[in-house]
Design a binder for this molecule. Structure first.
Ligand code: FAD
Length: 257
């Protein structure tokens, strides 16, 4: 990593030895707060938000008719928008042709910062692919501060493939050791021994491009490949267009590839 002159003060928790692109106006989004705010806004606009209501099946009845079955109800709709993350293939079961969606269990971790005074930008550390193996690291690294929890640091899409309904949520010791090695070498602002692993899933397409498409009355948003959250406003716009007008985004987001 490296920092331009403007970034030096802000990047004291990071070590850097090459060129850095630093954006002083960059920011972070608290994912849980953002989702809660979006749901509140949707509810205020008349959306009926239902938690803990798994969809059991989706059946296409015609170009403008689709049945969505939950434990308590059957909904007949003109369109359904499916954004089911790691469960997309299970839920759609062949209704929409999808590229291979590889679900992996990822294990970033929160490291305790050593100083209260450090400011932590969101950072991405790219390694030269030709020399990555020699570093011993598994991929490039991303990180950001999570208030109250520490500095989150993780490799990108390096976990084992899993069934989202049958995974152990347990950090694999070798990966954790390598992540701690990374922190020891590159993050002077954290305690590499004070680490709390997190478990989550990536759903990754072969190209890492998202699937944003519509087949008949079914709109699908999937395969966000570990980098989907920041695009939510744009993705929402695309999905609304697909549902309401059928207007498609660029072909790279097509479901059948
Ligand atoms: C460790 C980690 C770090 C990340 N960091 C970033 C980042 O820095 N920036 C970024 O932009 N993105 C990041 N991402 C990626 C981002 O979180 C995902 O791209 C995004 O959450 C994908 O949204 P989604 O709606 O496809 O899936 P999800 O967020 O997984 O949502 C799918 C939802 O569908 C629900 N569901 C599943 N099956 C059913 C069913 N049958 N009925 C009803 N509901 C169902 C699930 O319960 C879940 O709530 C990160 C992901 C991980 C794991």
């Amino acid at each position: 990593m490296a920092a331009g002159r403007g970034g030096r003060r802000a990047l004291e928790g990071l070590r850097y030895d090459g060129k850095v692109f630093f954006h002083p106006a960059s920011g972070r989004l608290h994912a849980d707060h953002a989702v809660a705010a979006l749901q509140q806004r949707a509810a205020a606009l008349g959306t009926d938000v239902r938690h803990r209501t798994p969809v059991l099946s989706i059946t296409v009845r015609g170009d403008d008719a689709v049945d969505v079955v939950t434990e308590d109800d059957v909904y007949r709709a003109k369109r359904v928008v499916v954004a089911a993350g790691a469960w997309t293939e299970k839920l759609l079961g062949g209704l929409v042709p999808l590229p291979p969606l590889r679900v992996t269990q990822e294990q970033p971790a929160h490291f305790a910062p050593l100083r209260d005074t450090d400011e932590w930008p969101s950072f991405v550390h790219h390694f030269d692919e030709r020399t990555l193996a020699a570093t011993g690291f598994l991929s490039g690294v991303y990180g950001l501060a999570t208030p109250g929890e520490g500095v989150k640091v993780g490799f990108h899409g390096t976990g084992p493939a899993v069934d989202p309904d049958d995974r152990d949520f347990t950090a694999e010791p070798r990966q954790l050791r390598i992540l701690r090695d990374y922190a020891r070498r590159w993050l002077p602002g954290v305690d590499p021994g004070a680490v709390t692993p997190i478990s989550c899933t990536y759903t990754t397409t072969p190209t890492s491009d998202f699937v944003l498409d519509r087949v008949g009355p079914v709109v699908v948003a999937a395969g966000f490949s570990g980098h989907g959250f920041k695009f939510v406003p744009a993705v929402g716009r695309v999905l609304a267009d697909l549902a309401l007008t059928g207007e498609r985004p660029d072909a790279r987001f097509a479901s059948a590839r």
